[in-house]
Design a protein around this ligand. Structure first.
Ligand code: SPD
Length: 279
């Protein structure tokens, strides 16, 4: 039978992957970081026993986090990514030639070290001169930084447990808004509207109290084992369904999932989500 690695979601449900080999296992001052090689999902980054990303389906998550925001913001010269230590999100950001600078704030250097060594197929843009990686606390950064505001902010956190929990609180979102240009766009991973409906709904309410336009969108990420995953597009101006065609055209060829039709489709919400959000 071999060895299995299980992620347990709620004490009653788990997703198991058959492990070929554990490639890396270490404890930082924040969390346990592992990379396992699996039969079905290829190499998988695991943080505190939660599957974070896999070689097999990472594109479904990273392309969906990055491109809806990057194709709709009025400008995309300065982009901030908070979290995302595996490098998948910044890789997608840097595929846009209009991006002049991408600052990535990751609290845990060990995640980036592990990803660089064991997941080189995911983080393919580490050497891009436009990338500025800083190992600092994202909360402190958005609350106190004097840096120029960003055109796009992407939040690529873990689930709201452990060090990633603060990335779901209102004070953090307020800080992000402080760092966002007036007409900027922020997008974030906002959990599963099925197994984590309470977190999903609460997150939408927090965002709605800060932004005039808050639009969740959905897609599958098999590694998260919950059927459907959500991300949320936020802005005070702008409109998620009016992408810049030239930006879309420039990335279609190299995208495994994102295309203009999918961009429109992912914002269509099923009734159970609309009802939960009173839309
Ligand atoms: N249930 C796991 C959710 C993890 C979301 N972030 C993943 C980081 C991938 N860059």
């Amino acid at each position: 039978m071999g060895l299995w690695y299980d992620e347990t979601f709620d004490g009653h449900t788990r997703l198991g992957l058959r492990v070929k080999e554990t490639l890396y296992s270490a404890e930082s001052s924040y969390q346990k970081v592992e990379v396992i090689d699996t039969e079905s999902f290829g190499r998988v980054l695991v943080i505190d026993n939660v599957f974070m990303t896999s070689e097999y389906d990472e594109f479904l998550y990273h392309e969906m986090l990055a491109h809806p925001a990057l194709t709709t913001a009025p400008r995309i010269e300065r982009v901030l990514v908070i979290g995302g230590g595996d490098g998948g999100t910044v890789r997608e950001v840097l595929r846009h030639s209009d991006v002049k600078q991408c600052v990535m704030i990751e609290i845990d250097e060990l995640v980036v070290e592990a990803a660089k060594r064991y997941l080189p197929g995911i983080g393919t843009a580490w050497n891009d001169p436009r990338l500025d990686v800083r190992f600092i606390d994202g909360i402190d950064y958005v609350k106190k930084s004097d840096d120029e505001k960003y055109d796009v902010i992407l939040l690529d956190g873990t689930d709201p447990i452990g060090p990633g929990a603060v990335l779901f609180n209102e004070a953090f979102y307020e800080g992000c808004k402080r760092m966002l240009a007036e007409d900027g766009v922020m997008a974030l991973q906002s959990e599963s509207p099925l197994l984590m409906m309470d977190v999903f709904v609460e997150t939408q309410h927090k965002l709605r109290s800060l932004f005039a336009e808050v639009h969740p969108y959905l897609g599958p990420v098999p590694l998260y084992g919950t059927g459907t995953w959500s991300w949320t597009w936020c802005s005070d101006t702008g409109e998620p369904l009016r992408p810049v065609k030239e930006r879309q055209e420039a990335i279609i060829e190299g995208s495994k999932a994102y295309n203009p039709e999918l961009h429109q489709a992912i914002f269509a919400l099923p009734n159970y989500v609309k009802r939960a959000l009173k839309l």
